[in-house]
Design a protein around this ligand. Structure first.
Ligand code: MG
Length: 269
């Protein structure tokens, strides 16, 4: 199942997303809406198909926490002159950094270099602590979505700690949908992830190239931290990251997950 969250008649709703029929072949459309993601979409009235690109989308997740993995693709670690990590490198983004698909990323005056990082994100499905990479982890995986781990690269180096550089308001666009049919095995076998800036292809990677697999990451994280349903795990970015200018538009895409598109503009106030 693929679903999104969107504004309908001034109210946030959850929408079932399907490939459209007839004239809109190939386009992802919202075909049903509910008041809660737990409600069965089969039990609600269908709505006239609304193209995803025309919907006023909200972030399709409401996580209690956003955990991120740094340098989880060998070629990306090398491009920034870093060693390939021997253990997962974890950091947080605050939930206040969440941004809807299509929302404007505000480039802070405090930074002279704001980078995009296209990523696949795992949505946790069940409370988890002390998981083992060897056990069946499917019940802990609710689904997958796309994210942009926007980073003030100069502040990341200057501060040492990454909290500010990764944590500005609007620095975590997520969406446009959650796909609950993608499995850990599917991710391990390789999902192609691409990032475009103003239409130019800048990142082209595969999740088959993760340094640390998702089962390994879930074991490592839950040895320290309890994960709750809805929590988000950003899984790292492939090579090709780079600086942005005001007016740029970044599109992160992957097979089955649609396109996460956000414009960048100067900070207000
Ligand atoms: Mg990242």
């Amino acid at each position: 199942m693929k679903y999104c969250r969107f504004m309908s008649n001034g109210k946030p709703q959850w929408g079932l997303v399907e490939e459209s029929q007839g004239e809109l072949v190939g386009e992802l459309v919202i075909v049903a809406a509910t008041d809660s993601p737990e409600q069965d979409f089969a039990n609600v009235c269908a709505i006239p198909p609304l193209p995803l690109s025309q919907a006023e989308l909200l972030a399709p997740v409401q996580p209690g926490k956003i955990i991120c993995v740094g340098r989880n693709y060998r070629d990306h670690a090398k491009e920034l002159g870093n060693d390939v990590p021997l253990e997962p490198l974890l950091f947080w983004k605050p939930v206040s950094s969440l941004l809807a698909p299509g929302g404007v990323v505000r480039m802070p005056r405090a930074s002279e270099r704001v980078d995009f990082e296209g990523e696949i994100a795992l949505v946790i499905g069940k409370r988890a602590r002390w998981l083992s990479a060897d056990q069946n982890l499917s019940e802990y995986v609710h689904g997958f979505t796309l994210a942009n781990d926007v980073t003030a690269r100069d502040l990341q180096k200057k501060d040492g700690q990454w909290t500010r550089a990764k944590g500005f308001d609007t620095f975590c666009p997520v969406g446009p949908l959650v796909d609950t049919s993608i499995t850990l095995d599917r991710v391990a076998s390789g999902i192609t992830l691409e990032t475009r800036v103003n239409g130019d292809l800048r990142q082209h990677g595969s999740t088959a190239d993760f340094i640390f697999s998702l089962p390994h990451l879930l074991e490592y994280i839950t040895a320290a931290i309890t994960l709750e349903p809805g929590d988000l795990l950003l899984t790292g970015t492939p090579a090709g990251v780079g600086p942005l200018a005001a007016g740029d538009r970044v599109e992160v895409s992957a097979e089955g997950l649609g396109v996460l598109s956000n414009p960048f503009a100067p900070e207000e106030n």
